[in-house]
Ligand binder design. Structure first.
Ligand code: ITT
Length: 190
């Protein structure tokens, strides 16, 4: 089986990526922890490309990277590509977002996920994006998931990401949607 290095240092993302890749004909490997790629891009896709291509070139293996984040309409799209840099812990990031949004009536937001697969020579083999529209809650709800999940509510499902089972989140989330597009392509790649 061909090795595929999962280029993330985020344990929540890693869990979901591993679950979505399960059963495909790839041998998953973790990225070397000391290999940290600077996210200098200006879009999710650029940052996903930077991570996947750098990790592929350094390890000499196929690599898959995810760049994702939460864009809030009333905040002009913030935190967006800066979602991870918005605070030092998940709790601090959520507190800051709720504080900045205050009692603003417009709670519309979307989660975005860009995924890039790179070949061992560092060239791009596939890139996909997934989007999940939703709303920012006024107080966190639910115990599951990671990151901003407790404050992201999906009206069609009637739950926050943190209240959903992993399968429910897979079916509607930005990452789940990106993987639904990527999956058939991953099966025929190499
Ligand atoms: P890697 O770059 O190592 O993959 P990271 O956490 O720095 O890890 P990003 O730069 O893509 O990843 O930042 C994504 C941010 O958006 C981070 O704060 C996540 O917690 C958050 N995020 C992404 N997907 C999420 C999801 O499904 N649920 C909740 N928060 C999510």
């Amino acid at each position: 089986m061909t090795v595929l290095v999962v280029a993330t240092g985020n344990p929540g993302k890693l869990n979901e990526m591993q679950a979505y890749l399960e059963g495909l004909d790839w041998q998953l490997q973790l990225k070397p922890p000391e290999l940290d790629v600077e996210e200098t891009g200006t879009t999710f896709l650029e940052n996903a490309r930077l991570k996947a291509c750098t990790v592929a070139k350094v390890t000499g293996e196929w690599s898959i990277a995810d760049d994702s984040g939460l864009s809030v309409n009333a905040l002009g799209g913030a935190p967006g590509i800066y979602s991870a840099r918005y605070g030092s812990t998940d709790e601090a990031r959520i507190d800051r977002l709720l504080r900045e949004l205050g009692d603003t009536e417009n709670r519309e937001a979307q989660f975005v996920c860009a995924i890039v697969v790179a070949r061992p020579d560092g060239t791009v083999a596939a890139e996909v994006e997934g989007i999940c529209p939703g709303e920012i809650l006024t107080v966190p709800r639910g115990q599951g998931g990671f990151g901003y999940d407790p404050i992201f509510y999906v009206p069609e499902v009637g739950m926050s990401f943190a209240e959903m089972s992993p399968q429910q989140k897979h079916e509607c989330s930005h990452r789940g949607r990106a993987f639904q597009t990527l999956q058939p392509r991953l099966e025929e790649m190499r």
